[in-house]
Design a protein around this ligand. Structure first.
Ligand code: ZN
Length: 312
């Protein structure tokens, strides 16, 4: 059984301007590295459709979707960038990119649940985990992982899914959307304090939040995962595992101050594979979130993918 891989060409069209760390070159770095290492050949490359309003509406309010779609369409027509918050800019390619990013996560969910592949990775941008039910922020527009998780629950009829978030930043948007939805268990760690400064007090009982101080390294992260995530996940018995795969907790990444390296991403992915194998028939859909040091990002994605594709 293969690993499906989505890297929609349209996701490169979203461009927030010179010097912005969440840049199209992130996807180029990933695809170049996969080609150079030959890993590219081991993946099942797939096309991503556009997400539709019904699908987005499982995670976002209709008012937000309509307003954002109108604004993005206007930006596309006028060709002038518009800031939604100080860090989050919409440009002419943003609507296409955002709809493909969420569409990839949905298509990956369909493919994994249909048994066409064992698991899937979506190399998409804009990322999603800071997008709340009704607000774009922190480089995020639509919450790709929350949309996909709700698709698995509401469209496919699964009863329990897990969302794992290992980005260095707290996934406040995902928490906002799924807090109180007892069909979802969200497990995350994140540097604290750090943008968006939330997460120390969970918004719901269905969250396992692990705030970690700056300069935490792999050893502390692994210990916290063993003590807090894994028992909760094994008790919850998810039927599918979604991953908000941000790689900005890497030692080389300057948007956070944590000390993870590729071997830590390998270990984390192995733990999640074990959980998925035990409870979820191995079903995992992983979506790119952050990761801004281009070389470290590409190496870390490759390390994550080698485990998912069983190539280690
Ligand atoms: Zn991040």
């Amino acid at each position: 059984m293969s690993t499906a891989f989505y890297l929609p060409a349209e996701c490169r069209l979203h461009d927030m301007g010179p010097g912005h760390p969440e840049c199209p070159q992130r996807l180029d770095a990933i695809s170049d590295h996969l080609l150079a290492t030959g890993l590219d050949l081991a993946l099942d490359h797939r096309e991503a459709p556009l997400a539709d309003v019904l699908q987005l509406g499982r995670a976002h309010s209709s008012g937000y979707i309509n307003e954002l779609a109108d604004l993005l369409a206007r930006v596309e027509a006028e060709g002038v960038r518009k800031a939604l918050d100080p860090d989050t800019l919409a440009g002419p390619g943003t609507l296409q990119a955002a709809l493909r990013a969420a569409g990839a996560a949905i298509a990956a969910t369909d493919a994994v649940l249909a048994g066409e592949c064992r698991n899937a990775f979506c190399a998409v941008r804009p990322p999603g985990h800071h997008a709340t039910r009704a607000q774009a922020m922190g480089f995020c527009f639509f919450n790709n992982v929350a949309v996909a998780a709700r698709h698995a629950l509401d469209h496919h009829g699964l009863q329990r899914v897990a969302i794992i978030d290992f980005d260095v930043h707290h996934g406040n948007g995902t928490e906002d959307i799924i807090a109180g939805d007892e069909r979802v268990l969200m497990c995350s760690f994140f540097q604290h304090p750090l943008y968006p400064y939330s997460g120390a007090v969970p918004m719901g009982t269905n969250m396992v939040n692990i705030p970690l101080p700056p300069y935490s390294r792999g050893e502390q992260v692994r210990q916290a995962i063993e003590q807090q995530w894994l028992p909760a996940l094994n008790e919850f018995r998810p039927e599918m595992v979604f991953i908000s795969a941000g790689f900005d907790a890497h030692r080389e990444d300057e948007l956070g101050q944590m000390g993870l390296v590729e071997a830590d991403y390998v270990w984390i992915t192995q733990q999640l594979m074990t959980v998925a194998d035990a409870h979820a028939q191995g079903r995992i859909v992983s979506c790119l979130e952050g990761g801004y040091a281009l070389s470290a990002l590409a190496r870390s994605v490759a390390a994550h993918l080698r485990v998912l594709a069983d190539l280690n």
